[in-house]
Every structure is written in structure tokens, then in C-alpha cells.
Design a protein around this ligand. Structure first.
Ligand SMILES: *Cc1c(COP(=O)(O)O)cnc(C)c1O
Length: 404
């Protein structure tokens, strides 16, 4: 490790990038054990206990399939189980991740149309409605969006998008990527009319990267009959309806991840409660915004508070202030902030004008005020002109938690 002279960075480091998130010690400890029997006993029961809790977080009564994969795997699983080569889909892009899903679909031989709302805006439901009304032959088989785009930190209005589809009277399946938002932002899969929802374990679900999840309703399950992209490994049916234990994973279970996830879901669903977790994330997000607004030298990328993620905040600066601050925080402060994603390529000037503050998952005031205080210190150390009182603004928001 590089030894910095005159560094302050000699304590426990904090990762505040928007995924993977901070892993609770309890989750790590639950994983620190010998391999279990994969044919009978505790692992079988533990695995069975995960589904009701996963569905409680997703707010669905329908089906859930687990994949030993990251979010990209879940994207591909959702496509493979419902689409055929040559099908047409419409992907709503609000940053980096919608485009990522579109690219995966394109590589699978699906014809992809995108509607791009830029790096600072949410999906416009009216534009979607107009587009779907024009699709009189129902060529578009699916509408794809992300709830929270982790690059721009926009939070799309999922019920409004569903409403636009219904207004157009269009039968396309509705797919939502909740990889960054699940467990952080309110999500109501069934009530909001989402047909397929994908997520992964390493963000709001506080577990080391390596598991992803696809939730689907009966309408989506029926689409599989015509889907020629489905293969043995990606088929969600045996995973969601296993006759034998191994079928849930298409082979050996991800043993330690399952124990870790069990502990994380106990914390999230049974101890805190999902509604409380949403409220906590809302308070933490508003504390971050208050600090950023008080500094003044950094701008929140998403202007409308209702359309901002409660899991991650993207901020921008003039010049290279974001890049310098990120560097200072990491090397002097022990705080790793997120790089700007989707705005520019590394090496271009804009790359240094964006950073992201994660506030997802396992987070308390010590960590949040610590992160904001470290940023505040960095602004001073770097001589970046900024308003004072950011920590006061943030702590005022935190102090009001639960007092509405
Ligand atoms: C992190 C993320 C992904 C990608 O997940 P991986 O696990 O890196 O494959 C996709 N979509 C969103 C919204 C994300 O935040």
C-alpha cells in the first residue's frame, strides 16, 4: 500500500460508491463458516425462507428466480425468458443503465428502439404514451426502464409510466430495473403494474455482489411460451418452481451468499421493516441534498427533488473540483466516492466535473455525517470556495427524522 506522508487516513475506510454498498458485519459474519451440506439440512431451509422476504421487499405475490450473477445477468435473464430474436422492444434511457440493458438486448438479436431523456431528466410519460399509441400493430413487445439510474441519480416515476402504457391501451410487458433502488426507494411491483422486475444483492440488499433476482408475474411467465431466447441455464421456470433443490440455481447453490442474504433480509425486513427503510433513505438523501445546496460549489444533477434517487446523489462542479475532491477524500479522508458515469469518458475534462455520493443500504448518521464532514474538510483543504454550515444543514434534516 502506498504510504502517504502527512495523511490523516488511518482509520476504517468507508466506501460510498453506489454499489457495491457497505456490507454489514453481521452479513460478513454469517458468511464466515464452512461449506454446508447442499443436499439436506440448514441450507435448504435457509434458502426456502429467502423467497417470502425477497417478495416482501419487491412487494409482489408473484414469482421470484435467483441467479448466481450480477445485475447484467438479471438483465439477460429477463430478456431470455420473454423475448425472441427479431422481437422489437422500447427502452427508456435516463442515464447509463437503460442504455446498458438496451445493449444487452441488441446483442441477443432483439430489435431495440430507445427514447433518450438525457443525463438530467426523467422519462416523460406523455412521450411514451404518444409513441405507444402510434404502434397500432403492437410491434413493441416490451417497455424497459430503470427506477433509479445510478449514473444520473434520476428516479423515474414508475406508476406514471405504467399509466401512460394503460392510457395508450398497449399490451407490451413492462420491465423495471430496480438494481439501485430496491430497499431504498419505494417500489410496489404489483400495485404499480410491473410485469418483470430485476434487481441484484449488492446495493440496497447489503450482500456481496454475486446474486441477482428476477421477479415476474403470470403475464410475463406466459410470454415464455413464445420466447426463443430462453436456454437451460437462464430458464426462470425451474428456478421459481424447483422440483429439486439444485434447480433453483441451475447447479450448486451459492452457499455463502445465501447465508449472507438471509442475515441482510432479517435486518431489512424483520428488524427494520421495509417502510422504515424507505423513510430512513429519504431522510439520509435529504440530508445529503441539504449539505450540497449549502456548499453551493457543487450542483445537484437532478433539479426536481421528487425525481431524485434516495440511494445515490450525482453532483457536478465547474472545472475539475469534483475530481479533486474525490481524490482528496479517498487518499486523505478514507472516503471513496463514486466516479461520474455516463457523462464523459475518463480523460475528458467533464470526467472531473462529476461525482456520486452513495447513501444506500447499511448507513447511519455516523457514516453519513462522516462522509459529508470529510467532503467539507476536503473543500477546505483544496481551497474550493464553498458555503459554510453544510453539516448543520445535514444534521438538521437528520434530527427531524420521524417527526413529521
Ligand atoms: C449497478 C446497476 C446495474 C448493473 O449491475 P451489475 O451488478 O454491475 O451488473 C444495472 N442497473 C442499475 C440501475 C444499477 O444500479
Amino acid at each position: 500500500m502506498k504510504v502517504l506522508s502527512m495523511s490523516l487516513n488511518f482509520g476504517r475506510a468507508q466506501l460510498s460508491i453506489p454499489g457495491p454498498s457497505v456490507i454489514p458485519d453481521r452479513v460478513l459474519n454469517a458468511m464466515h463458516r464452512a461449506s454446508p451440506n447442499i443436499y439436506e439440512g440448514e441450507l435448504i431451509e435457509t434458502t426456502a425462507s429467502l423467497y417470502p422476504d425477497l417478495k416482501a421487499v419487491a412487494r409482489t405475490k408473484h414469482h421470484a428466480a435467483i441467479y448466481i450473477a450480477n445485475g447484467h445477468g438479471a438483465w439477460e435473464a429477463a430478456l431470455a425468458n420473454t423475448c425472441s430474436r427479431g422481437d422489437k422492444i422500447l427502452v427508456l434511457v435516463t442515464g447509463r443503465f437503460g442504455q446498458g440493458w438496451a445493449d444487452v438486448a441488441g446483442r441477443s438479436g432483439i430489435e431495440v428502439e430507445t427514447m433518450d431523456f438525457g443525463m438530467q431528466g426523467a422519462v416523460d410519460p406523455q412521450q411514451l404514451c404518444d409513441r405507444l399509441k402510434a404502434d397500432k400493430a403492437y410491434d413493441i413487445k416490451g417497455v424497459f426502464t430503470v427506477q433509479t439510474d445510478t449514473a444520473s441519480s434520476v428516479q423515474n416515476d414508475i406508476p406514471a409510466i405504467r399509466k401512460a402504457m394503460d392510457e395508450a391501451g398497449h399490451p407490451a410487458l413492462f420491465y423495471v430495473d430496480c438494481i439501485a433502488s430496491l430497499g431504498c426507494d419505494r417500489h410496489e411491483m404489483d400495485d404499480w403494474g410491473v410485469d418483470v422486475m430485476v434487481t441484484a444483492c449488492q446495493k440496497g440488499l447489503m450482500t456481496p455482489a454475486g446474486l441477482s433476482f428476477v421477479f415476474f408475474n403470470d403475464k410475463a411467465a406466459a410470454a415464455q411460451e413464445h420466447a426463443d431466447l430462453v436456454t437451460n441455464y437462464w430458464d426462470w421456470h425451474p428456478r421459481a418452481n424447483p422440483k429439486q433443490f439444485y434447480q433453483q440455481f441451475g447447479g450448486t447453490a451459492p452457499t455463502h451468499h445465501l447465508f449472507g442474504l438471509r442475515e441482510a433480509l432479517t435486518m431489512l425486513v424483520h428488524e427494520e421493516g421495509i417502510e422504515q427503510a424507505w423513510k430512513r433513505h429519504d431522510t439520509c438523501a435529504r440530508a445529503v441534498w441539504a449539505a450540497v445546496e449549502t456548499w453551493g460549489c457543487l450542483r445537484l444533477n437532478i433539479a426536481d427533488p421528487a425525481r431524485r434517487s434516495r440511494a445515490v446523489t450525482t453532483v457536478r462542479s465547474d472545472g475539475d473540483d469534483c475530481g479533486r475532491l474525490r481524490h482528496w477524500c479517498e487518499h486523505q479522508g478514507g472516503l471513496t466516492l463514486g466516479i461520474g458515469l455516463g457523462f464523459a469518458e475518463k480523460g475528458q475534462p467533464v470526467w472531473e466535473q462529476v461525482l456520486r455520493i452513495a447513501h444506500m443500504g447499511h448507513l447511519n448518521p455516523v457514516m453519513l455525517i462522516g462522509a459529508l464532514g470529510t467532503m467539507d474538510t476536503g473543500l477546505k483543504a483544496l481551497g474550493i470556495t464553498h458555503g459554510s454550515g453544510a453539516l448543520d444543514a445535514a444534521s438538521t434534516v437528520l434530527a427531524s427524522h420521524g417527526a413529521e
